[in-house]
Design a protein around this ligand. Sequence first.
Ligand SMILES: [Fe+2]
Ligand SMILES: [Fe+2]
Length: 330
Amino acid sequence: MYTQGLDQKESAGKRPVDAVEAAEQLQAFQARIDAEEKIEAKDWMPEAYRRTLIRQISQHAHSEIIGMQPEGNWLTRAPSLKRKAILLAKVQDEAGHGLYLYSAAETLGVSRDQMVADLLSGKAKYSSIFNYPTVSWADIGAIGWLVDGAAIMNQIPLCRCSYGPYARAMVRVCKEESFHQRQGFDIMLELSRGSPRQKAMAQDALNRWWWPSLMMFGPNDSESKHSAQSMAWKIKRFSNDELRQKFVDVTVPQADFLGLRMPDEALRFDADAGHYRFGEIDWQELFDVIAGNGPCNKQRLEKRQQAHDDGAWVREAAQAYANKAAAAAA
Ligand SMILES: [Fe+2]
Ligand SMILES: [Fe+2]
């Protein structure tokens, strides 16, 4: 904080000047944001801005890492060598996204160890969508098409986020997400043009992933507690409901192209507004999954803990090498 380091007496004596200076500092910070300047790691920033970014970027990183599990589940069962190579590349991309994002969060003063500990203890959240199971190969198509598709809607505006390291990390992430979306749609296209059984698999996957994908944009604007401040700080550029609507408008015609039906009786095109109107989202389901009661929450964290334990020797070896290199340089 601004007055940190001042003792009680000094702080009390200086308070009127400090308050004015602090307000000016805050105003100058907001003016830089309003002018679309990027805030960099060493720049002054309000503590709440720093905390918001640490929470958001670390949650985003955790989602990329946990998100490898539902798809990793199908790596050994992909239907062809080509599909396996594509899926392997995609899952590896997600690992890379996690690593760029952990690095971006570290520039804000939080350590990687702390973020990992918070994930494993359940203190930190990750996207609820990854707590759903992948029960058929078509789920891999539905995830790429819908989950990566929704991620793109959320993430493209983040390339213009006011915090420089996050914005820059997102440029490459978005390019890779666009490949992920395409490969998922391609799987759905092949299945929906295949045998009746394959088409039924594609429809079943769409039925199960559609509503959770809509929940990925977060609660309705009226319920979203962090939104207004994040918009003012230009961390967020569009509201949850705006992004969700954009996603629906883009995705419904794609389902039509596939010859699949969205699992929503209320879905209809509103010609006057130029938007698809959709049914009520079951928010209770989202809150239950966030609270830890989704179908796979426990399994996902146990598997991550196991992977973390199995990787201990790699961290120890890297540390031993770094110590040796430091000793040689001294
Ligand atoms: Fe990703
Ligand atoms: Fe992705």
